[in-house]
Design a protein around this ligand. Structure first.
Ligand code: BG6
Length: 298
């Protein structure tokens, strides 16, 4: 049996002979479902807006070319929070399958889906706010052993540009208070809940016990692991990316977000790999590539 892929009403669906599946919206190239062994790995809010009128509250939105509210004195300054990639409609560039590669050790199949976004796909408003010639290719590979997502950024213009990027993954968990996030010990982070002050992670295991919004920077260890009730649940391995944001809105912020259902904060944690510490500069004709491999333990 071969992997199967089909597109229907703005979504791409792929499945492996093992039964593992992935679903991606062309809007934002947002991965809205990833199941392994029949179990959903990604959280999507019951109140998420899926009609393309605002970014999806859940799954894996792509953040580009700016993370958070862009600084007013930067070239991205007129863009919305987290840029335009998560609220633009991408092009589906096609699929390929293989029996080798990082995610299919031992000859198991994997399927690779490519999505593209360039200035031509942007709204006039976004194009005006960030008038650069760029090309993004986002590759989502579903394998038996995990999910790989890689963002390739190309400067197709004549001027250099600066960007940030991040994969804003909402991991579905049974109870956020039972989590332990490993792999961030001794790392310096900016705490957005504490007025953007700098701290160093002293406990090797990060626990979520309140509103959490931290930007961990220049991380030496490649893998950040999420344990649930003491058992491994997700391993997130960065590829050519050094930063990771850990976010949970907790009770009050949850209530303030219309597209987050009541009590939703208990069932997810965002562990977001990216390049968000300062800016990545791309000269004319240059490319940058970064992403992650996520392994789901069940
Ligand atoms: C995180 C940020 O990445 O995304 C948070 O660090 C932010 O500050 C969160 O609140 C959600 O952002 P948004 O724009 O999807 O509401």
């Amino acid at each position: 049996p071969q992997p199967s892929v089909h597109t229907e009403r703005g979504r791409v669906y792929a499945s492996l002979p093992t039964g593992d599946t992935v679903e991606i919206l062309l809007y934002g190239a947002t991965i809205v479902s990833w199941k392994s062994n029949g179990k959903e790995n990604l959280f999507v809010s019951d109140n998420a807006v899926l009609d393309g009128s605002k970014p999806v509250r859940g799954g894996v939105p792509v953040v580009f070319p700016a993370f958070g509210p862009p600084p007013k004195d930067h070239a991205t300054g007129a863009l919305p929070q987290h840029g335009f990639a998560r609220n633009s409609t991408w092009e589906y560039l096609g699929s390929s399958s293989s029996e080798s590669g990082a995610l299919s050790k031992g000859g198991d199949d994997s399927v690779k889906l490519d999505f593209g976004l360039s200035a031509a796909n942007l709204s006039d408003e976004h194009k005006k706010a960030w008038p650069y010639e760029f090309g993004l290719v986002y590759t989502v590979t579903l394998g038996k052993d995990g999910l790989q997502t890689m963002l390739n950024v190309r400067n197709q213009g004549k001027e250099p540009f600066e960007f940030q990027m991040l994969l804003h993954t909402y991991f579905k968990v049974d109870d956020v208070t039972t989590l332990q996030i490993n792999g961030l010990g001794s790392v310096t982070y900016t705490d957005k809940v504490l007025n953007a002050t700098e701290h160093t992670q002293s406990d090797p295991a990060l626990k979520i016990a309140g509103e959490t919004d931290r930007v961990y920077k220049s991380i030496k260890q490649d893998t950040t692991s999420v344990l649930q009730g003491g058992k491994p649940r997700f391993d997130v391995t960065r590829d050519n990316l050094e930063d990771t944001v850990v976010w949970n809105p907790w009770v009050e912020k949850n209530k303030a977000m219309a597209d987050l259902h009541d009590g939703a904060y208990k069932n997810f944690v965002c562990v977001e790999v990216g390049a968000v510490n300062g800016w990545q500069r791309l000269e004319a004709g240059e490319t940058f590539e970064g992403g992650m491999i996520v392994k789901s333990h069940l």
